[in-house]
Design a protein around this ligand. Structure first.
Ligand code: ZN
Length: 482
């Protein structure tokens, strides 16, 4: 058996076992490894660089919309969580505490932050005095901990990396404007950078963030038909302002409570982009965040090697100078075929092959990871050709993901219809809902699907609740979710 063939069999096909496929590719592509602490992972350089590229792009967008970064403590006094009733109920089961330090029990237990509304609330109460201090727009890049029972690398881990924006405003209108603005920023980023189409909408009350008045989300469909919540933005009303006494003197010299928001995305986005774009050969990295966008592989017999490698180095320098993330694999002891497989598995969007005959013709070959399309392009225009093909790959990835979502998006009128659909197929279901918790819970119990959101732009409006048959209040997207 050839080396190439043996290699491919190491990844479980998606159709055979999607979860197995996922673990196979992230381990084999060296994105992560398991740590000795249950539910925690190590981000290896390839995985961490993906996160750094996500961070860079998002950070620019946050700053363009007027936010600044700060850093708040990892430890939060236990009493802070008691101040907002819904918040404590939502987070208590997942909170780890430090109870002892320096060999002595602590006077007050310290929670390891699961999210920082309380700490921001405490500090904002000190920093905000007048309407002149508003809006206060701060973001934090940090790690957070939620003691999860069931974990899955990137998608659900006990410790993860994220950003959390926390803002305070004069009134509801301004805070709501901020909430929607950040949902727009997330939508634009996830679609135009990660090539993942999303469904924008509002969470039902049972799926709201603990302590929020309204939660909005973007939801993405994975290749097994399950949903990943890719980002959330919350309007918190005055709940945290009342709990932490965040007040300001308004233009009429009267004390008012601030209206606050919070919003976040996390390293779940890495899990999502893998599950949306990957295939049986391995990862497919979206070009705009791929740690390596182009891998260059010189080919041909030993006697032409020197001249081919010389030109490869020249092209490498040109691409690098143009800001393309490029690497060369000119190892002589590994076959080109093995390299092709290796970099396809690692999801590098574009391969550049250069051999002696190409060189004679003044061209090289570009190969798309997504479609396998091969294109001969002139060497003297390499930067433009590579950039154009990376753009094209991004567009194809988005279109493919969107078509997949459309093919696996269906509409149901009754719970029975939904149940039998979920036995036969995968995907998201659109259904009417009367607004009662009981009906929503019954959907979950009988199908394993939860309400993802109430989409802003449903493809159709459903008029009857799928469970009780009463008039529907909302048209909801239901799906099994990670
Ligand atoms: Zn109902």
């Amino acid at each position: 058996m050839s080396k190439d063939k043996a290699f491919v069999t190491e990844i479980t096909p998606q159709s055979e076992d999607f979860s197995r496929w996922y673990i196979d590719v992230i381990k084999k592509a060296e994105l992560m490894d398991y740590s000795p602490v249950r539910g925690c992972i190590v981000f290896r350089p390839e995985g961490y660089e993906l996160w750094e590229n996500i961070q860079k792009d998002l950070d620019r967008r946050f700053k363009e919309t007027g936010h600044r970064n700060a850093y708040f403590p990892l430890f939060i006094p236990e009493s802070f969580f008691q101040k907002e009733k819904e918040h404590v109920e939502g987070f208590n089961p997942e909170l780890p505490f430090v109870t002892e330090a320096g060999g002595e029990p602590l006077e007050e237990k310290l929670a390891i932050r699961p999210t920082s509304e309380t700490m921001f609330g405490h500090m904002y109460a000190k920093w905000i005095n007048s309407y002149r201090d508003l809006p206060m727009l701060i973001n934090q890049w940090a790690n957070v901990v939620r003691w999860e029972k069931r974990t899955l690398p990137f998608l659900r881990t006990s410790e993860f990396l994220w950003q959390e924006g926390h803002t305070a405003h004069e009134d509801e209108a301004d805070a709501r404007r901020e909430t929607m603005q950040m949902l727009d920023v997330y939508t634009e980023f996830v679609e135009s950078v990660l090539a993942i189409p999303v469904i924008r909408g509002q969470k039902t009350p049972s799926e709201r963030f603990a302590g929020a008045v309204d939660t909005y989300s973007i939801e993405a469909m994975m290749k097994d038909g399950r949903a990943v919540q890719a980002g959330t933005s919350h309007y918190l009303g005055t709940k945290f302002a009342v709990a932490f006494d965040i007040k300001y003197l308004d233009r009429e010299n009267t004390q008012q409570y601030c209206h606050t928001t919070s919003w976040g995305v996390s390293t779940r986005l890495i899990g999502a982009l893998i599950m949306v774009h990957g295939d049986d050969r391995g990862l497919v990295m979206p070009p705009k965040v791929a740690p390596t966008q182009v891998v260059m592989i010189p080919i041909g017999p030993p006697k032409t090697r020197e001249v081919v490698i010389g030109k490869t180095d020249d092209l490498f320098a040109q691409l690098k100078a143009a800001g393309v993330r490029v690497r060369v694999d000119d190892r002589a002891d590994v076959s080109p075929g093995w390299k092709f497989n290796e970099y396809e598995m690692r999801g590098i969007p574009l391969r550049l092959e250069l051999g002696p005959r190409d060189l004679e013709n003044g061209q090289c070959v570009l190969v798309s990871r997504v479609t396998g399309e091969k294109k001969s392009v002139p060497l003297d225009n390499i930067v433009v050709e590579v950039q154009a093909m990376l753009e094209q790959i991004h567009a194809e990835m988005f279109d493919r993901a969107k078509s997949f979502r459309e093919e696996n998006f269906f509409s149901v009128d009754t719970l029975d219809e939904f149940k039998s659909a979920m036995e036969e197929r995968r995907g998201f279901a659109l259904a009417g809902w009367c607004g009662s918790d009981a009906c929503e819970t019954q959907v979950k119990t009988e199908t394993g699907a939860t309400s993802r959101n109430i989409p802003f732009e449903p493809s159709e409006t459903k008029t009857k609740c799928l469970v009780c048959g009463e008039e529907s209040k909302h048209t909801v997207v239901f799906a099994r979710a990670y």
